[in-house]
Write a protein that binds this ligand. Structure first.
Ligand code: NAI
Ligand code: BGC
Length: 270
């Protein structure tokens, strides 16, 4: 068993949405390693969620899995209720669940627009609202953290880089930017910190078509000045720090974890 004493998030409880794969899975495990007990939300992949749970437990933290669709308000309410029942007070929300449904704009079905916005934006709204209400109701516990609660949205470089053929996705992430900023402003007097982490290209199932094919991988790498595709752990480490008291004065900010993708890489050639 690892020594829990000096872990930055010890005795705090976190909810991570979409934590059965990719970035969410890495975040949930990293939070567990940092001492947090974790509610692992998943949509369909129970096996993946169990793997996340097991790895968190291997680090000496508690973990539970909770099935739930973040785009359904009642299921989000249940997610928070079950977490409180089983793990006690909640201190950290990582709003990670997200989908892409790429279609050229002229052919884009209203369903594709709807599903992406419902998952990526309504999901964020429902989860953050539950978290804000609970953090305020619970009040401050200075023995655990300097903040009443921390909300981190996993946005994307496409909250600022336009993305042809994926206007639904880019609109959802653009929406997350001002949702986060406005919420951070509103909740700062309550001592609740709200921030975004916006990853660039990270190797996960969401973009496997782009890194499994050698030609597409080359094209993707050309957009990343730092010269490598990111790993889910690159994002997870940033999340742990942002959720900890080491980042106590940080709210309303976006941290781009993108190997420089937002730095207009095509100008490198000049
Ligand atoms: P992923 O496909 O492995 O993860 C998405 C997760 O969300 C899955 O576990 C999925 O089951 C879950 N999910 C989907 N719909 C859900 C719903 N209605 N309710 C609950 N969970 C649901 O892909 P990845 O890359 O790990 O994506 C995680 C987040 O990171 C997403 O928000 C994505 O937009 C964002 N992101 C990913 C980047 C990448 O390059 N991989 C870059 C920038 C942002
Ligand atoms: C998308 C990935 C893409 C990355 C960089 C993310 O938001 O989900 O598919 O590789 O942005 O463009």
């Amino acid at each position: 068993m690892e020594n829990q004493k000096n872990k930055p998030l010890r005795n705090q409880t976190a909810i991570v949405t979409g934590a059965s794969s990719g970035i969410g899975q890495a975040i949930a495990i990293a939070l567990g390693k940092a001492g947090a007990n974790v509610a692992v939300n998943y949509h369909g992949d129970e096996v993946g969620a169990d793997k996340t749970k097991e790895e968190i437990q291997n680090h000496g933290s508690k973990a539970i899995t909770i099935k739930g669709d973040v785009s359904e308000k009642e299921e989000v309410e249940q997610l928070f209720l079950k977490t409180t029942d089983e793990l006690g007070n909640i201190h950290i929300l990582i709003n990670n669940a997200g989908i892409q449904q790429d279609e050229p704009f002229k052919d884009m079905k209203a369903e594709s627009w709807d599903q992406v916005i419902r998952t990526n934006l309504y999901g964020a709204f429902y989860c953050a609202q539950q978290a804000a209400r609970i953090f305020i109701k619970q009040g401050m516990d200075n023995t655990l953290s300097k903040a009443k609660g921390k909300i981190i949205f996993i946005s994307s470089v496409h909250d600022t880089i336009p993305w042809a053929g994926r206007v639904n996705y880019a609109a959802s992430k653009g929406g997350l930017l001002t949702l986060m900023q406005s919420l951070a402003q509103e909740l700062a007097p309550e001592k609740i910190r709200v921030n975004n982490i916006s990853p660039g290209a990270i190797k996960t199932p969401i973009n496997e078509d782009d890194w499994k094919d050698e030609n597409r991988k080359k094209a993707l790498l050309a957009k990343i000045p730092y010269g490598r595709i990111g790993e889910p752990e690159d994002v997870a480490k940033a999340v742990v720090w942002l959720a900890s008291d080491d980042a106590d004065y940080i709210t309303g900010t976006t941290l781009y974890v993108d190997g420089g993708m937002t730095l207009y890489p095509s100008f490198l050639e000049e």
